[in-house]
Design a protein around this ligand. Structure first.
Ligand code: BDP
Length: 721
């Protein structure tokens, strides 16, 4: 008898430990953590505002909304909220559409709803028959789901919900993740483990991850996902795989997430037994039509194809003397009847070495403006080279007014420190979106090209190359989640300020405590610039390690083609450094509209952040700070490292304000980042010094290894290749 209490205690302790482990903050829950609201006054207000949830109407999407609201509110309010079909309480949360919900219909929202289209929603506070209603109303069920997530976000970030009066609708239609996932589950340029898609156990095994992935995407309004790598494998188009694709599509459908696939251009040969993949060949066209129809039997709402053609060894229409438009239109015709689209990538460069790789996409695509079918989007990377830490905007934006251009951002950090670097990318995305192309005069921003308002396009799109894998925290680095979140939020509304997105994300992902949010937000806001500074300041680009792209490699030369080396891009010599893209050089600058050309082409007017992108500048040239270019380079590289050290300090001060597990994770990754930042700084400065022949300024920290040492480093088995 006496021993029982001890046993009980032990049992309790064990259970406690167990629940502690289950509750461990490993990042799995992303920003969809619904822990109880900490602010007592807010908590009380929320509890008063919502006594009952009413969702009338039924569909898988409405069930998803119901479930999310129920789980979310139970967690956030620390008490279960009953659901009902008709009002029984005083303070009611009602969600639905006028066609599915009598309650919503009675609220007479027709005019207001007109403005939010088929994905938007209203959040309102109102009273009727003596009851108080918090209203989530939309024209469609998916709008209701998006609105539900927005409502939960208000509580997660402890906003006032007593006088809601807001309308929200996406500015861009197709908001799509691009997974560069291979069928063997490796992920090209993926740094967060293996692919989420377990092809081997599909279609029968439905991993909880698939559902949580769809929830996360819906919570930020992402409405499409390309499951497979742009370096495509035709096998995904065969029935065995299409069954698996269908299983994923079934999971994603209630969350408004459409499935797309990459189309390997030579598929008619590889899996169709044809002799050619010529897009004008009737047999080839018939094959694609039949294949597309077949896909729609598996996935009735299949979104369409993403295609990388005639780029980096991928087959394409040019193999048959045809144009990109011929290729895109063939596929567009194949999916048109079923409402599909084709996202045709403009990331191309010739098999032969061009005079300047930066000019290639423009040269090939601009002449094709007006030749694409209505259901084709041309998908253009943010800059003209390849997702470098910083690039000026791609000159194609604004240059093809008759063609909807889809933005392609990279969320995965191929050139931004890969898996171990804290880089908040909203400022980088916004730098491109806010850039003025001058295509139709001042104010013709890239964002207006992409959202269709500049040239009146209805079909609009934005893509983000995903940073998601099967790591427990989805993105490898906890802060990688912020970029997935940011991509979705900006795809919905590119006007959102970077600070606001960071603020939301931090509050939902970590805590509302301002002692944490304010300094960490500041740290995030500076993080991208810091990386640019310690990797590629002043417009330098493409000076990373060969092939794996990890670490510095400004000395990279030789190999199969010059435009895959670093020396091709930085052009350092005894006189100076930088790629002359003005008239005296490749004249790539002429691809922009005249006001932009004039700015970039002028050594004085060119923004310093792009200086060496457009100009070959002498080592002694005086930059804005009054320093010589060489000294400025040294200071920039050093300041990048300094910022990382400040980030470490900031983060160390956060101990105790967040859970230990994620605190330590970020702390250790910042240690790695500091080492890598130093590696970049020292390797690049020592290398460029062999040309400048000038000392690193007195007051700056000196490298503690030789250039030979850095050049001898040869990292093996870097992930993501
Ligand atoms: C480059 C990547 C390569 C991709 C390519 C692309 O290094 O792995 O296949 O872009 O976008 O940045 O097609």
């Amino acid at each position: 008898m006496k021993r029982k209490p001890v046993c009980l205690l032990l049992l309790l302790l064990f259970l406690n430990l167990l629940s502690g482990r289950l509750m461990a903050e490993d990042g799995y829950r992303l920003w969809l953590r619904y822990d109880q609201v900490q602010d007592a006054a807010r908590l009380q207000a929320y509890r008063q505002a919502v006594n009952e949830i009413i969702i009338q109407g039924s569909s898988p999407t409405l069930s998803a909304a119901q479930e999310e609201l129920q789980t979310g509110l139970t967690g956030l309010l620390g008490q279960a909220i009953p659901a009902a079909q008709t009002p029984t309480q005083q303070n009611i949360l009602v969600a639905g559409t006028p066609s599915g919900s009598a309650l919503i219909k009675e609220l007479n929202l027709t005019d207001k709803l007109k403005a939010v289209g088929d994905e938007g929603y209203l959040l309102l506070s109102t009273t009727k028959n003596g009851r108080k209603y918090t209203v989530i109303a939309a024209n469609t069920d998916i709008g209701v789901l998006y609105g539900s997530f927005h409502f939960l976000r208000l509580l997660q970030t402890q906003q006032d919900i007593s006088k809601l009066s807001l309308a929200s609708a996406p500015k861009i239609k197709k908001r799509v993740l691009n997974h560069w996932d291979n069928l063997d589950r490796t992920v090209e340029r993926g740094y967060a483990g293996f692919s989420l898609w377990k092809w081997h156990t599909l279609p029968d095994y439905i991993d909880q991850r698939y559902i949580d992935y769809a929830r996360a995407n819906a919570s930020i309004g992402i409405n499409g996902t390309v499951l497979t790598n742009v370096n495509a494998n035709a096998l995904v188009l065969t029935p065995v795989y299409l069954k698996k694709v269908a299983a994923l599509a079934n999971v994603f459908r209630p969350y408004g997430l459409k499935v797309y696939l990459t189309a390997r251009f030579s598929a008619p040969i590889e899996i169709g037994g044809l002799k050619t993949a010529d897009p004008l060949d009737p047999q080839v066209r018939a094959w694609w039509k039949k294949k597309s129809d077949e896909i729609y039997t598996y996935v009735p709402d299949f979104g369409g194809f993403l295609v990388k053609a005639n780029s980096e060894g991928q087959p394409g229409p040019q193999n048959y003397g045809r144009t990109h438009a011929d290729g895109a239109n063939m596929l567009a015709d194949a999916v048109a009847a079923n409402g599909g689209i084709v996202m045709w990538r403009a990331f191309v460069y010739s098999d032969k070495e061009p005079d300047d790789r930066a000019k290639q996409a423009y040269n090939e695509f601009k002449p094709l403006d007006g030749q694409f079918r209505d259901n084709v989007l041309v998908q253009v990377k943010n800059g003209p080279i390849d997702f470098q830490p910083r690039e000026p905007f791609h000159p194609l934006f604004g240059a093809m007014p008759k063609t909807p251009l889809m933005m392609e951002f990279q969320i995965t950090q191929e050139y931004l420190g890969q898996g171990t670097t804290l880089a908040y990318l909203a400022p980088m995305y916004k730098e491109t979106l806010e850039a003025d192309t001058y295509a139709e005069g001042k104010g013709s921003t890239v964002a207006k090209v992409v959202d269709g308002t500049l040239n009146n396009h209805k079909l609009t799109g934005i893509a983000g190359v995903a940073n998601i894998g099967d790591d427990r925290d989805w993105t490898g680095h906890q802060f990688g989640q912020s970029n997935w979140y940011t991509f979705g939020r900006l795809a919905w509304d590119h006007n959102l300020p970077s600070e606001k997105i960071a603020d939301e994300w931090l509050k939902m992902t970590f805590t509302n405590n301002n002692r944490f949010v304010a300094p960490v937000k500041n740290m995030m806001m500076n993080s991208h610039e810091a990386i640019v500074n310690y990797m590629t300041p002043l417009g330098l680009h493409h000076i990373m390690g060969r092939s794996h792209h990890y670490g510095p490699g400004p000395w990279v030369e030789g190999g199969p083609r010059a435009d895959w080396t670093a020396v091709y891009y930085h052009r350092a010599d005894a006189q100076g450094i930088g790629f002359d893209r003005t008239k005296t050089g490749s004249n790539a600058v002429a691809q922009y509209f005249p006001p932009v050309t004039r700015k970039f082409a002028s050594l004085e007017k060119c923004p310093e952040k792009y200086l060496l992108w457009f100009h070959h500048v002498s080592w002694d040239y005086k930059v804005n700070s009054g320093r010589t270019l060489w000294n400025e380079l040294c200071y920039k590289y050093s300041s990048g490292v300094d910022t990382v050290r400040q980030m470490q300090e900031t983060w160390n001060n956060m101990e105790g304000l967040v859970d230990e597990e994620r605190f330590n994770h970020v702390k250790m990754f910042l240690t790695i980042q500091e080492k890598e930042a130093k590696w970049w700084r020292d390797a690049c400065l020592l290398y460029f010094q062999t040309f400048s022949k000038q000392p690193i300024p007195q007051d700056l920290e000196k490298p503690d290894h030789t250039l030979d040492y850095f050049m001898s480093l040869d990292p093996k088995f870097v992930p993501g290749i």
